[in-house]
Design a protein around this ligand. Structure first.
Ligand code: F6R
Length: 608
């Protein structure tokens, strides 16, 4: 995954590099490093394991300065997170940083070793540095050397290269991994995303696939993979450089959980009229396009995928449109059949998830009617690639575990399902759904009051090794999401199941130490879920039931009932996910894990 930042300036840039890396840390935080070209045209490299703050400490005690340099924060793919695997990687006059995966690195490594190059890391990225050095001939200029090396690389990369004898330029290249060039007044920058640039400049050029650029202080020259010059005007970002604070909360995750009510308030204000959804909220003329849709195909990863599973229930309940939801890493490699008038919908908080980006690219060359994206980050790669886009307006989500992005996706998807229902008119429910959404802020206030119960429950969970979450209908994806949250930040093994699947295998896991959580909003599936939970009780499992059904369930040692506020049928998933988020958060507090940056993860998964 990894984040790349770089700068060419008329003044020393160490501070800029560190500042840029801090903003990119969400892409990985295993190790960090930078290379600068010193006054004496030598490459000076500093690397460390751990987070960017460690690099900052190292830099403050070193005398390394320079006006041209590249920096990197790593999420390990090839080789464990240690010093020798940290970027930049050097060979001869070159220093490089890389984001992506070089698929033919083993092959290239053998060839380069035969040529006498010595490898000092276990990464695929080091191959690039040696490959560049191996392409040097007296006749070739720097651009030709980089082109020759790129020609041999297979895989995905965002790449930044400096050369000790070219102290005024960085060469960048991209194929399948994002890289942006920021054009400042007295410096030019490179970065993996727009957020790392906006405190420096609003003017930027995103590199397209198979493009490279020579970036100097006053100039940017773009080339295609054949070395032919291309011209493209810079874009101006509309985003501002506000820093995000914890606002008095202990963790970003906690702040983001409690922000969900404000986000829903904003949706009500910006997207809803008094009784209906405002026109074209999915982009200019989107209402006309949506009228012609007969099938919907969702593609996403992780939490965003869980959101799409709920939309599948909504769409098929509200209209006669057929709907499929699929994991992006599966979709991108399989053969697909696309019926006429199918809408492709990519859901991604970051808009930079590699598998989802590849899926959108694949969809663009298939028979879809249109490509719609639901993203939180404006101007992200997925948004740029889509025909239509809906911005979730949830504000930056910093915690690796997604919470407010999930509910924002759900609201967007409920609005999409309702808009789609207009043409097939299975039911005319728009008034009802708008009414239910407008009740959400008050219901969420009541739901947040359950935090104290979740703390008590978390104490009972903290020493457990396994947990099952069960639900039926639209509560099944909430069970999946609950399990994902718990395992992600508390490292407790958790699984979400469609409650009816329990007896087809997972019931074998149930014993007196196994907590089983049943999500049971008051709907036509209550009796079925109850009977599944009886199967657990009969095996001495500990049962926790979340329900707003007024029923005479008797609390006892083995069954705990958490009474949820009453809520409308359509908005139930948005309400029931809240205690699940709070539960995971408080289990993680008890377990003293790194809540905002859990081990082995990164916020944006920019490799496949
Ligand atoms: C889990 C989580 C991940 C992301 C997934 C997709 O809490 O955050 O599962 O949902 O990596 O990311 P986006 O939505 O940015 O494409």
């Amino acid at each position: 995954m990894c984040g790349i930042f770089g700068a060419v300036s008329s003044v020393d840039i160490q501070k800029d590099l560190i500042e840029g890396l801090f903003k990119l840390e969400y892409r990985g935080y295993d190790s960090a490093g930078l290379s600068l070209i010193s006054k004496s045209s030598k490459i000076k490299r500093i690397r460390c394991t751990g987070k960017v703050k460690e690099l900052k400490k190292l830099l403050s005690t070193s005398k390394v300065t320079g006006k041209c340099g590249i920096a990197h924060t790593r999420w390990a793919t090839h080789g464990i997170p240690n010093l020798r695997n940290s970027h930049p990687h050097n060979s001869g006059p070159f220093s490089i940083v890389h984001n992506g995966i070089i698929e033919n690195s083993d092959e290239l490594k053998l060839i380069l070793i035969k040529k006498g190059f010595k490898f000092t890391s276990d990464t695929d990225s080091e191959v690039i540095a040696h490959l560049l050095a191996s392409c040097v001939t007296k006749k070739k200029g720097l651009l030709e050397i980089v082109l020759a090396a790129l020609d041999k690389l297979k895989g995905s990369f965002a790449l930044a290269v400096i050369h000790q004898d070219n102290p005024d330029s960085i060469i960048v290249a991209s194929n399948g991994s994002p890289l942006l060039i920021g054009i400042g007044k007295s410096a030019t920058y490179i970065a993996s995303d727009i957020h790392a640039l906006i405190s420096k400049t609003k003017k930027y050029i995103p590199l397209e696939d198979n493009e490279l650029a020579i970036v100097s202080r006053n100039n940017v020259s773009l080339y295609n993979q054949k070395g032919k010059k291309i011209t493209r005007s810079p874009l101006i970002t509309k985003q501002s450089s506000k820093t995000v604070s914890k606002n008095g909360f202990k963790h970003y995750m906690q702040k983001e959980i409690f922000e969900q009510k404000d986000i829903i308030d904003r949706v009500i204000k910006d997207r809803l009229g008094s009784k209906t959804i405002l026109p074209n909220i999915f982009g200019p003329k989107s209402d006309v396009m949506l009228k012609s849709i007969k099938h919907v195909h969702f593609v996403a990863c992780g939490t965003s995928y869980n959101a799409s599973l709920i939309a599948k229930y909504w769409i098929e309940e509200l209209s006669d449109i057929m709907c499929t939801a699929e994991i992006a890493s599966e979709y991108r490699y399989r053969t697909i059949n696309v019926p006429n008038d199918t809408l492709f919908v990519a859901i991604s908080q970051s808009g930079e998830t590699a598998d989802t980006i590849y899926s959108v690219k694949k969809a663009k060359s298939s028979n879809y009617k249109s490509i719609l994206s639901i993203c939180n980050v404006p101007e992200s790669t997925i948004t740029r690639l889509s025909d239509y886009s809906y911005l979730m307006q949830a504000g930056p989500e910093i915690s690796v575990a997604s919470t407010k992005a999930f509910t924002s996706q759900l609201i967007a998807l409920l609005l999409l399902s309702t808009t789609l229902s207009r043409s097939s008119a299975k039911y005319s429910v728009e008034y009802e759904i708008v009414k239910q959404i407008k009740t959400l802020p008050k219901i969420l206030d009541k739901t947040f009051e359950l935090e104290k119960d979740m703390k008590i429950m978390a104490k009972q969970f903290k020493n457990k090794h396994h947990t099952l979450f069960l639900g039926r209908g639209a509560s099944y994806p909430i069970a999946l999401e609950a399990a994902l949250k718990l395992k992600e930040i508390s490292y407790i093994h958790a699984e979400g199941y469609a409650a009816g699947e329990l007896k087809h295998g997972p019931l074998a896991l149930v014993d007196k130490d196994m907590p089983v959580v049943g999500l049971m909003p008051d709907n036509n599936l209550v009796n079925q879920v109850l009977s599944n939970l009886s199967e657990v009780k009969a095996r001495h499992g500990l049962v926790y039931i979340f329900t707003n059904k007024k029923m005479k369930l008797k609390k006892n040692d083995k069954t705990k009932i958490i009474t949820m506020p009453a809520c409308g049928h359509y908005i139930a998933p948005l309400v029931y996910v809240i205690p699940m988020q709070l539960l995971s958060y408080h289990v993680a507090i008890f377990k003293k894990t790194n809540i905002d940056q859990p081990r082995n993860l990164a916020k944006s998964v920019t490799v496949e």
